[in-house]
Design a protein around this ligand. Structure first.
Ligand code: UD1
Ligand code: CA
Length: 455
């Protein structure tokens, strides 16, 4: 079956009160339109057409992808008019699915179900029964329960307004009839718009079958017109993600206080305390523990590691059984070998730290290659930057760096070497040597402190 998908995203979204086009507002760190495009991609259509209008350039720049056909709708004359703009690019489709760019939580299996049910020769509608369907088009059925029409809120009679089955707007058009139907729509209605929903009456008139599917969860078909509704979608998405993680083997101390903004892969027997934020691509292996208030972005945390409170990881690869934080900051290019320890107020960047090495307090390691079983004393700094270029510090296995050492790169400290506390090390240190780079202590006996002057 040749499938084309049309996503409607031309509306302005005045109620967002924003310079940003509505469909670019984010749910879980990704634009609403981005979610809809991903849902569409899951069905492997021939082509995805995105109908844009308000903020068209920005929308296109933000989301470009070579599987997307951008269609400009100059004036927003209605949902039927919007879909019709994509018709010239739709050739020999068996089915056209219509999605909305501001309805981001639709699940691809729901869409697949609608698509399968409708096939290539019937019209498929996704409807939902709601306690309060105010604002939605109503599904009008005859005595035999067959769908006859969709009537918009503004065009509905008092009796029709009592119908609780609402149109979600998401539908499957049979490819052969779609062009005929869309070009024969009129705008003779309360809003002077070309309603996509009028294809239902045209299907009935041409004796085309109509199939109706419903989503598993109402939130799948909820749109966001303002920031309150956006926050409802955000929390629903987060609740769904928390549920998934728990199903896969993660204990969450509070499922309502976890935020996932990306793709998270988890093992089993993981524990996450409150206020953890996971962003981008994050992999967490078995038996990892994450303390409260940690932000973890684009990182891998291997088996049995512990990330303590208030740690911030970005682009880090944490080996097995590591001990991180509290208050550690691992920046991109940090790689920790098995059992390494990075303690409080330590920042690392492009740092390859060998197995069993410890940087327990108040240090900065940038552009560093550190061997195994190294001890980095409190307050150690790699001076990796001369204001123009960056240089690397190499530290061999079993080195002991004394507290408050400044390591001026480029620098090599050989295996088993030691540096004295408070040293500024500017020259390479040979294997096994002790390097001390500080002025000798001077001691003056019986020192007389200054006395307060009388005025
Ligand atoms: C539409 C449906 C209604 C349904 C509701 C669900 C029609 C006539 N009505 O109504 O039955 O219950 O959605 O939310 O289809 N858009 C364009 N170009 C246009 C007009 C709209 O791209 O010319 C886009 C909008 O940006 C939006 C979507 O289509 O994403 C829906 O448009 P909107 O005007 O909100 O339709 P509703 O009046 O809510
Ligand atoms: Ca709407």
């Amino acid at each position: 079956m040749i499938l084309d998908i049309v996503i409607l995203a031309a509306g302005q979204g005045t109620r967002m009160r924003s310079a940003l086009p509505k469909v670019l507002h984010s749910v879980a760190g990704k634009s609403m339109l981005g979610h809809v495009i991903d849902c569409a991609r899951a069905l492997s259509p021939r082509l995805i057409h995105v109908v844009i209008g308000h903020g068209a350039d920005l929308v296109r720049e933000t989301l470009d992808g070579n599987d997307l056909n951008w269609v400009l709708q100059g004036e927003q004359l209605g949902t039927g008019h919007a879909v019709a703009q994509a018709l010239p690019y739709i050739i020999d489709a068996d089915q056209i699915l219509v999605l909305y760019g501001d309805v981001p939580l639709l699940r691809s299996d729901t869409l697949q179900r609608l698509s399968n049910q409708a096939g290539s020769s019937t019209l498929g509608l996704l409807t939902v029964t709601m306690d309060d369907p105010t604002g939605y088009g109503r599904i009008v059925r005859n005595g035999a329960g067959q769908v006859q029409a969709i009537v918009e809120q503004k065009d509905a009679s008092a009796k029709q307004l009592l119908i609780t089955e609402a149109n979600t707007g998401i539908m499957a058009l049979p490819g052969k009839q779609a062009a005929d139907w869309l070009t024969s729509l009129s705008n003779d209605n309360a809003q002077r718009e070309y309603y996509l929903t009028d294809v239902v009456a045209l299907a009935v008139a041409s004796k085309t079958g109509i199939e109706v599917a419903q989503p598993e969860d109402e939130v799948e078909v909820m749109g966001a017109n303002n920031r309150q509704q956006l926050s409802v979608l955000e929390r629903s998405f987060q609740a769904r993600e928390a549920l998934r993680l728990m199903t896969e083997g993660v204990t969450l101390s509070d499922p309502a206080r976890l935020d996932v903004r990306g793709d998270v892969v988890v093992g089993r027997d993981i524990f996450m305390d409150i206020n953890v934020v996971l962003e981008g691509l994050v992999t967490i292996e078995d038996n990892v523990e994450i303390g409260p208030n940690c932000v973890i972005r684009n990182s891998v945390i291997r088996r049995g590691s512990v990330i303590k409170a208030f740690s911030h990881l970005d682009g880090a690869d944490v080996g097995e059984g590591c001990d991180i934080g509290p208050y550690a900051r691992l920046r991109p290019g940090t790689r920790l070998g098995r059992g390494a320890k990075v303690g409080n107020f330590v920042e690392t960047k492009k740092a390859d730290i060998g197995a069993g090495s410890k940087i327990n307090h108040l240090s900065y390691l940038g552009d560093a290659v550190v061997g195994e079983q190294v001890n980095i004393g409190a307050g150690t700094i790699t001076c990796n930057y001369d204001g123009v270029n960056k240089f690397v510090t190499h530290i061999g296995d079993n080195v002991f760096i004394g507290s408050n050492t400044a390591l001026v790169a480029p620098l090599k400290v050989g295996a088993g070497a030691t540096t004295g506390a408070g040293s500024t090390i500017t020259q390479d240190v040979p294997t096994g040597a002790l390097a001390v780079g500080r002025s000798r202590q001077r001691t003056i006996e019986n020192w007389q402190r200054p006395l307060k002057k009388s005025d």
